[in-house]
Design a protein around this ligand. Structure first.
Ligand SMILES: [Zn+2]
Length: 112
């Protein structure tokens, strides 16, 4: 069993699983119900995640998700981390949800 994707957001995990299933890759969803069971502190090891059976499927799946993420990022910006308070923000946020700092320039200093 090879894990290829993990996220606390089950809707995202389900979406990615759908992409892989559409491509004919057999997937297995683990920790599907962990979000509803986890009330307060999120435990990354219990996040829902997608697994595949073979290394061949894994590399193909990662490729598919990378292509998908790339095409999605042209529409939806990537998640970003606030430079002031360090909180993580969704890509569609234009300012930090925590301290209201403006979103920094994105995609400019990738080489740094
Ligand atoms: Zn902040």
């Amino acid at each position: 069993m090879i894990e290829i994707y993990r996220d606390h957001d089950f809707s995202k995990v389900g979406l990615y699983q759908g992409i892989l299933e559409d491509a004919g890759i057999e997937t297995l969803l683990r920790n599907r119900n962990s979000v509803t069971m986890t009330t307060s502190v999120p435990i990354p090891s219990m996040y829902p995640n997608i697994c595949v059976h073979t290394p061949e499927d894994a590399s193909r799946a990662r490729e598919l998700l990378a292509v998908y993420a790339e095409s999605a990022s042209s529409v939806v910006a990537a998640d970003w981390e606030c430079a002031l308070c360090g909180e993580g923000n969704e890509g569609n946020f234009t300012e930090c949800w925590s301290c209201l700092a403006d979103c920094p320039e994105r995609g400019v200093n990738d080489e740094d």
